[in-house]
Design a binder for this molecule. Structure first.
Ligand code: UDP
Ligand code: MG
Length: 330
């Protein structure tokens, strides 16, 4: 596809009414100052607050630069990004969160790296402003585990603010997986990736949309989506444990023949049985994770549903000069 604007900024929005106005002001200022053509695509991921109205109003302020995709339900951050990826017009695409944890002021630095020839510019959060025990520590651990299991070495996977070349975004958009990790997928398609440190602020308003359960789900998606390792590990471990328990059964049999039946070791046996049962249950769970994904793909349902797209794609007005005229509106 050809790029008709220079920069596309992609932002997923889920119940962010409190931050949107300041996000808009800061982002528009940064984009105007670039002196290049740009568009901003907001995907409203089924918010049930006033986000939708606010975004529509943004579109009225800058009809040629602000596009809004309205989902008809909550399909998750990655789907929201993907829906925008399928529609971007830019040569370079930058993704950021709506909650202002990724400062829009860092955009020029990402673009600088892109101009130096990197088709993927990742980011590492400088100082994490999230709670250490519940967010930073688990996410450090997950990063490490992901590196080990999937072999994908992204220093800070949780930070969505990244720049991608259009080639990468088009490839990501073509992947018809049901749970797509935009950052990881983008990285796996890149030719000359790099990473920079960017500022990371505390959430401006509202609450994180990710509870512990959602984080665990996301991690499972990541592992099963990018690696067969859990299955392999499980199979190897299963073989190992069953050979050991085979030996153990053999030993008990011989012992019974020579010394006679024993009653004292009953609880040891219980313990071992429980252990083996739990291994089997975990194994079924892991297989189920993969089967579930196959099921989703086989069903071939749309990954997200769009209710409405609010945009004006006439090409005459995306240049920065015309945006200067509109500045008075913000
Ligand atoms: N988000 C979304 N759909 C969801 C959850 C979150 O579009 O189901 C958006 C949210 O509005 C924000 C970004 O994804 O722009 C990151 O969400 P959040 O800040 O809650 O995640 P955290 O920063 O805690 O990882
Ligand atoms: Mg956040």
């Amino acid at each position: 596809m050809t790029a008709s604007v220079y920069l596309s900024v992609v932002i997923p929005v889920y119940n962010e009414e409190d931050v949107l106005e300041s996000l808009y002001k800061r982002l528009i200022k940064v984009c105007d100052d670039l002196g290049k053509s740009f568009e901003i695509i907001f995907t409203n991921d089924g918010s049930n607050d006033r986000s939708s109205e606010i975004l529509k109003e943004f579109h009225l302020r800058r009809p040629h630069q602000i596009r809004v995709i309205e989902f008809s339900g909550n399909f998750g951050q990655h789907m929201a990004i993907l829906a925008a990826f399928e529609r971007v017009r830019g040569e370079v695409i930058i993704n950021l969160d709506a909650d202002l944890q990724n400062p829009p002021e860092e955009i020029p630095r990402l673009l600088e790296k892109y101009r130096q020839g990197h088709d993927y510019v990742g980011s590492i959060r400088d100082v994490r402003q999230d709670s250490f025990l519940f967010r930073s520590l688990p996410s450090k651990f997950m990063n490490w585990l992901r590196g080990v299991i999937t072999g994908i070495r992204i220093t800070d996977q949780g930070c969505m603010m990244r720049a991608y070349s259009r080639r990468i975004v088009d490839l990501v958009a073509k992947c018809h997986e049901s749970s797509t990790f935009v950052t990881v997928l983008g990285y796996s398609f890149s030719i000359n990736p790099t990473e920079i440190r960017i500022r990371h602020d505390a959430r401006a308003e509202g609450q994180s949309k990710y509870g512990i359960y959602k984080l665990v789900r996301v991690t499972f998606d990541l592992f099963t989506g990018f690696s067969m390792a859990p299955l392999h590990v499980f199979t190897v471990f299963g073989f190992f444990v069953s050979s050991l328990s085979g030996l153990f059964v053999f030993y008990l049999l011989v012992r019974r023949l020579i010394i006679g039946p024993e009653a004292e070791g009953v609880f040891t046996l219980f313990a071992i049985a429980f252990f083996l049962i739990s291994v089997a249950i975990a194994g079924i769970g892991i297989v189920g994770e993969y089967v579930g994904r196959i099921y989703q793909v086989v069903r071939y349902r749309p990954r997200y549903l769009i209710r409405e797209i609010i945009e004006d794609l006439s090409e005459d007005d995306v240049s920065s000069t015309s945006s200067m005229k509109r500045r008075a509106l913000i």
